[in-house]
Design a protein around this ligand. Structure first.
Ligand SMILES: [Zn+2]
Ligand SMILES: [Zn+2]
Length: 235
């Protein structure tokens, strides 16, 4: 079956994520846009994923827990997981590898934990948007070890991407899928970086509600389940 996806969405827990990026708003917007599956991918945390998943319960939309890990090389890697348990196992490793720096709310904004009713249940005080001490290949292998998939994020961007920072995507890192933000750059990435050996996906990297993808990007999967989606992205 062919499903419409957006695998890269931030909530208000990302300091750069808009305050309106609440579980209900995200789920309602994604549903309104006709998406079949979304992933919640805050910076170095999956703390608001459960609330978003609970919000979507009983509806048509599937919500995957995930996170956008910043590696030691300052590369962003979107990691998607089949369930909360796996995502939290990864989060534990990421949290241990994150420097203990207090978030400057005056500069970066609040990092807000929300429940499934969009009620604020707390604030993350440790700065989330910073590099962990995990290398690119470590993030890739950790995500796979917890049953997930790791996807180099926005590889066409001039910063925080594997290609901008390291120049290559080494086969040894074990990636099968890459994310390109601006698909008009796909051809030059193929020519210069051999990205045609990977599955290419396009996600929104939404920090605001209106950024969430339209029903425009599709993936062929055996079924609309987290396992089938991750298996496809791993192939
Ligand atoms: Zn990013
Ligand atoms: Zn992002």
């Amino acid at each position: 079956m062919r499903i419409a996806y957006d695998f890269h969405i931030h909530t208000a827990l990302s300091p750069c994520g808009d305050g309106d990026m609440t579980p209900n708003n995200i789920v309602n917007m994604a549903t309104l846009k006709g998406l079949d599956v979304i992933a919640i991918t805050d910076h170095n945390t999956c703390g608001n994923a459960e609330a978003c998943m609970k919000c979507a319960e009983g509806g048509e939309l599937l919500v995957l827990p995930g996170m956008e890990v910043e590696t030691a090389e300052e590369c962003h890697i979107v990691c998607l997981f089949p369930n909360l348990k796996s995502a939290r196992e990864m989060e534990e490793k990421v949290r241990d590898a994150l420097p203990k720096i207090r978030n400057r709310t005056d500069i970066f904004g609040e990092q807000v934990y929300l429940d499934e009713n969009d009620e604020i249940i707390g604030y993350e005080e440790n700065m989330l948007v910073t590099a962990t001490s995990l290398s690119v290949d470590k993030v890739s292998s950790l995500a796979r070890s917890f049953g997930g998939v790791a996807i180099p994020a926005h590889i066409d961007k001039s910063s925080y991407s594997v290609i901008s920072n390291l120049g290559i995507i080494d086969d040894a890192w074990g990636f099968t899928t890459v994310e390109i933000k601006d698909l008009s750059k796909e051809k030059s990435l193929q020519e210069n970086n051999g990205t045609d050996r990977f599955r290419v996906i396009h996600s929104s990297d939404a920090h605001y509600l209106w950024d969430i993808s339209e029903r425009e990007y599709f993936l062929d999967v055996e079924s609309l389940t987290p396992e089938a989606i991750i298996n496809t992205l791993l192939r």
